[in-house]
Design a binder for this molecule. Structure first.
Ligand code: XMP
Length: 305
């Protein structure tokens, strides 16, 4: 374990020395690593740092508001409302891997524009020790959104938490009063809700997935799943009032896992499942059916795409 107080002091001094009077940018994701990197850099260089949060429109319910709250102490925070551009870029795209590529590219474009706009010479990143090991070994590259350093010409890259493990980053986060980002949240895929709607990404499908994911997260908190969410998997017939409707089919998934490589579908009680079903169909007239996924990984993956 690191001595958090002296780690913070050293990291701040190092950033100050490296960046000097120049400007720096950081892409905030809401995750603990980039949050800690941003807070350290802000402590070091204040308003010379521009934290950029790109709202792709594919985030969880309340995520953007949460970011604004947590980082309200940074006056230079930029929240980029890019959801229309992401939906435009994704229009007609149905292949899951192409979705990931489109999202990654759009993200880089958004960030690049902001970085140029701020005249930043330095890029701050929340790379942690396991990330470096993984990328050296070539693992996980397709999971990372963006290869930011390649696209914008920075004088230097600053990685203040590069030697820390996740639990150490969490400790530093607590010491920096970033309690909200430390709260154990489930892993959330980089491409966001785009991989929780099968086929083309539309505003309507994403909205259904967002609300349903929120219900599932709330209802399953007591089960402490490794990951639990809902996905829009297709359309089917239902009955609303006196009418037959062609509505969305929402699949609920809740898994136990250690590292996401393998997973077990969680056993849930009937009452909980029924409560989830009635909340999801009750809040959206266009949802005709809710199903629970009992498949382990393998043979299924955790996400639907
Ligand atoms: P799968 O679906 O492959 O998911 O069983 C394993 C874990 O990885 C997450 N996941 C992603 N994370 N970008 C990410 O950052 C992605 O494209 C992506 N695809 C899946 C998934 O949520 C689970 O935690």
């Amino acid at each position: 374990m690191v001595d958090t107080e002296s780690f913070i002091e050293d990291a701040v001094a190092e950033i100050r020395e490296e960046v000097g009077d120049a400007h720096a940018v950081i892409a905030l994701s809401g995750g603990v690593d980039s949050s800690v990197a941003a807070a350290l850099a802000y402590e070091a260089i204040g308003e010379q740092l521009t934290p950029v949060y790109v709202d792709t429109g594919l985030m969880r319910k309340g995520e953007t508001e949460g970011i604004r709250d947590i980082f309200s102490f940074m006056e230079s925070l930029r929240v980029v409302d890019a959801h229309e551009r992401f939906f435009d870029a994704l229009s007609g795209v149905v292949d899951p891997e192409v979705k990931r590529e489109v999202i990654g590219e759009q993200f880089i474009r958004e960030f690049e524009r902001e970085a140029k706009d701020t005249d930043a010479d330095y890029l701050v990143q929340g790379t942690i020790y396991p990330d470096r090991i993984e990328s050296e070994g070539g693992i996980k590259s397709h999971h990372n959104v963006g290869g930011l350093p390649d696209v914008v010409d920075f004088e230097g890259i600053v990685e203040p938490v590069r030697d820390l493990y996740k639990d150490e980053v969490r400790e530093v986060a607590r010491a920096l009063d970033l309690e909200e980002v430390v709260a154990e949240r489930m892993p959330f895929p980089g491409p966001g809700l785009a991989v929780r709607v099968i086929g083309e990404v539309t505003q309507e499908k994403v909205e259904v997935a967002r609300e349903a994911c929120h219900v599932v997260e709330e209802e399953l908190e007591e089960y402490d799943p490794w990951q639990a969410f809902a996905a829009v998997v297709g359309k089917g017939t239902g009955v609303k009032g006196d009418n037959r409707v062609h509505g969305w089919i929402v699949a609920v998934r809740s898994v136990e896992s250690r590292d996401g490589m393998t997973a077990r579908a969680q056993e849930l009680d009937w009452e909980t499942l029924q409560r989830i079903q009635s909340r999801i169909t009750g809040t959206n007239d266009n949802v005709a059916r809710v199903v629970y996924d009992v498949t382990h990984k393998p043979p299924a993956t955790i996400e639907y795409e």
